[in-house]
Design a protein. Structure first.
Length: 77
């Protein structure tokens, strides 16, 4: 599944970032690396952007950006 599919309040572990583009590099600099656990905090009313918790800080991403991040769903904490 991709990060944009994660439900609010659920966590996931990043398994892969698709592509080798400047966007992928930027996401990695922001801390979105393989093995990192992220939690879906909220979505805007229209569903875009989303806000996640990653490494102790909140990060807002567009859904199009979040689709490049593959995750495995973790048990709800």
């Amino acid at each position: 599944m991709t990060l944009d599919e994660l439900k609010i309040g659920h966590t996931g572990r990043i398994t892969r970032l698709d592509g080798d583009s400047p966007l992928t590099q930027r996401l990695m600099v922001l801390g979105l690396l393989e093995g990192t656990v992220v939690k879906m905090i909220r979505r805007s009313l229209g569903g875009d952007p989303i806000e996640i918790d990653v490494m102790g800080y909140n990060l807002s991403l567009r859904k199009a950006e979040a689709r490049h991040i593959l995750i495995e769903n973790q048990p709800k904490r």
